[in-house]
Write a protein that binds this ligand. Sequence first.
Ligand code: PMP
Length: 430
Amino acid sequence: MDFSSSKSLFAKAQQYIPGGVNSPVRAFKAVGGSPIFIKSAKGALVFDEDGNEYIELINSWGPMILGHGNELILKAVSDAIQHSFSFGAPTRREVEMAELLVNMVPSVEKVRMVNSGTEATMSAIRVARGFTGRDKIIKFEGCYHGHGDSFLIAAGSGAVTFGTPDSPGVTKGVANDTLTAPYNDLAAVQNLVEANKGQVAALILEPVVGNMGCVLPAPGFLEGLRKLCDQEGIVFIFDEVMTGFRLAKGGAQERFGVTPDLTTMGKIIGGGMPVGAYGGKAEIMNCVSPAGPVYQAGTLSGNPIAMAAGLAMLTYLNENPEVYQQLEATGNQLVSGFQATNAKLGLPYTINHVGSMYTQFFTDQVVTDFPSAKSSNLAMFGKYFHAMLQRGIYLGPSQFESMFISTAIDQTMVNRIIEANEDALKEIHA
Ligand code: PMP
């Protein structure tokens, strides 16, 4: 494969952009080599600047549930752009979007649109603090909630990929208000709450983690946290930036039957445009300005083009439950294919999977938390990543990420991915 255009773009990018990228994981640092620069995408295929074609399992880190360049979304966006790009004033679509989100997500009674997942989580904890009058929050090791200061403590995703789960630039004061617990360890959370009695405003987690690779909640974990939050008056926040509208129409909370007080949503609700939202109990959301005293704002929030794209996609998801059956079936097929390959080749690797999210961890340990995720052989993952790329399969370029399946992956592509996986594993173990 020729990567010369991507390579020269990356050389130039490094001159003008820190590390050559606008978001760290894109740089391929974790897997070595030079990132490929994407030119276009359609369905499940992406095309790079050198004309190489790949089946992709990143899908913009989640949002392209219906694949790239979906006709419905394209039409909604091209209709919307005829009427200008931003007004900084209320629009009909924002109301329709809020109504749809409230109808789709069981726990959301009121919702505020923002521009990214980071803004959604930052705002949600501010509201939780305003509502409870408390300062501290609890998060889990290896969960990533965007790059807000409070969350860059034991963070997953790019933060762990680059070995900086605790970022310089975050003040000690902020760090002291963030308490961290191991994922799936209810007793540890109970101890933290006990040791900080009456001081914890919010407990935030990814109900299924995508950011240390895919890690599922142990049976009873979410329920136990819900009970603890009720007992202690803590605002329970599900960060559904990855899981929302993906694991079920109503996200992980619908799938696992556990109801948070607040939910943060991100990229998915923009169908690929820069969007986020946070919402939940009316009693809490009524604290947000101008209804209440907690300030949060945004010139581009509820942007008409982004709303048009998101509304088109979410309306489709809402009205076509077979999407979820298809995502489920494709996920099951891929993962059972990978498991059969591991059995055939005698490889001990752990695959975590739920619906259209999965990670193949290069470890023989059961992966239930951050330490077990980190037991993976990262050098081996890097080799695997490149072996897959060479076979036309574009994976997330880090072990600590989940793969995302779209409805655009058809049977032929499923077979190609399973074959490529087997060939790649054989190559790296040769
Ligand atoms: N929360 C979760 C669970 C995420 O996965 C991400 C990003 N991958 C974020 C928050 C931050 O979203 P954004 O990158 O849009 O700021």
